[in-house]
Design a protein around this ligand. Structure first.
Ligand SMILES: NC(=O)c1ccc[n+]([C@@H]2O[C@H](COP(=O)([O-])OP(=O)(O)OC[C@H]3O[C@@H](n4cnc5c(N)ncnc54)[C@H](OP(=O)(O)O)[C@@H]3O)[C@@H](O)[C@H]2O)c1
Length: 253
């Protein structure tokens, strides 16, 4: 028989999707070094790097529905629920020496656009959908104790756009923000739903930003991870559906 407070005995679990990336890897390091979570689960489609901090690592390509379902089933079987989910997957360009983001409308093409939209806008929502039941808290008197974060980007803010360019990336992050807002509204109607937010990590030196950072101020992934976790630590249920900057400011959509 289930005890009423059984879930208080369950480990506090954090899951990072896109753990092979610069920000994903740094978040794992920061979470593993902290004391807020008993279990830090790293998920990536790439193999586990040798120098990763001690965590549980799942290799799964979340673009494949069967792999995503299998991942969620395994986490549920072993850890019951998820208190923090951070999606760090994202794409801006086609990799070293390959396609750069569009500077002009004439460079926009359907194939690249669809790839960027799928990775940046669809996948984070597919992940949220699959993790929904693990994020829903069954124990704590109707209050939401879990948080889901999607790493978005300031350039996805329509209000902030003064420079133009980067059509696919900007549009995909704007779509992600809208999707996230929808999820917050939909889940907000359900008891025990998590707080869900979009978060701009700030310009951070990673493979994704590397071709562009020379001209900007930027932080290390380690520094950005600290800021991201500070923002997450300050969230409450009323913040669900908002778009946050790395310094805790609420950004305009
Ligand atoms: N760095 C910045 O300055 C900055 C600024 C604003 C927003 N962001 C956002 O922050 C997030 C993390 O970026 P990052 O800088 O850490 O980039 P990164 O180092 O390039 O990492 C990107 C991650 O996304 C994964 N990924 C890409 N395409 C995928 C796919 N189709 N299926 C599964 N995984 C896929 C990569 O996995 P593989 O290793 O398997 O390819 C990798 O783990 C992104 O959403 C990005 O848009 C970053």
């Amino acid at each position: 028989m289930m005890m009423q407070n059984e879930s208080r005995l369950q480990p506090r679990t954090a899951v990072i999707i896109g753990a092979s990336g610069g920000l994903g890897g740094a978040l794992i390091g920061a979470l593993a070094a902290g004391t807020n979570y008993d279990v830090v689960i790293a998920v990536s489609r790439s193999p586990k790097p040798v120098d990763t901090p001690a965590t549980i690592w799942f290799q799964a390509n979340v673009s494949e529905p069967a792999e995503l379902d299998g991942l969620v089933a395994e986490i549920e079987a072993n850890y019951f629920s998820v208190n923090l989910l951070i999606n760090c997957i994202g794409t801006l360009h086609g990799g070293q020496g390959k396609k750069m983001p569009e500077k002009a409308l004439k460079q926009l093409n359907e194939r690249d656009f669809q790839r960027v939209m799928t990775v940046n806008a669809f996948l984070p929502l597919a992940v949220l959908n699959s993790f929904a039941k693990l994020l829903r808290q069954k124990n704590v008197d109707g209050r939401s104790a879990s948080v889901a974060v999607v790493l978005s980007a300031m350039v996805g803010s329509t209000t902030d756009n003064q420079l133009g360019g980067w059509y696919s990336y900007r549009m995909s992050k704007a779509a992600l923000n809208m999707g996230l807002r929808n999820v917050a509204i939909e889940w907000g109607r359900l008891k025990g739903s998590p707080t869900v937010v979009a978060l701009h990590p700030g310009t951070t030196l990673t493979a994704l930003s590397q071709p562009f950072v020379a001209r900007h101020n930027h932080r290390t992934p380690k520094d950005s991870a600290v800021h991201i976790l500070q923002v997450i630590g300050g969230l409450d249920k009323e913040d669900s559906g908002k778009f946050f900057n790395w310094d805790g400011r609420v950004l305009a959509f």
